[in-house]
Design a protein around this ligand. Sequence first.
Ligand SMILES: [Zn+2]
Length: 87
Amino acid sequence: MKKVPMRQCVGCHNMVSKREMIRVIKTSDGQIILDATGKKNGRGAYICNSRECLEKAIKSRSLERSLKAAIPSEIYDSLKEELDNIE
Ligand SMILES: [Zn+2]
């Protein structure tokens, strides 16, 4: 059996299967983008497919800390949209 890669969620801090998460990355030129495919290069942060985790991450600013960058509000908006599509 192939082991599923686990990543730590920036919201709940649990280790979760990458497949159940959304990846947010900072590209080499400093842009913050959602990486739906999980294949883009860059420093990545992961968050569960859960509105609760997103709210936690927003409140604690852990996404900012993890990526060492300011997160534009559009990114949070598209994360919310993304989660609404999943749920
Ligand atoms: Zn989580």
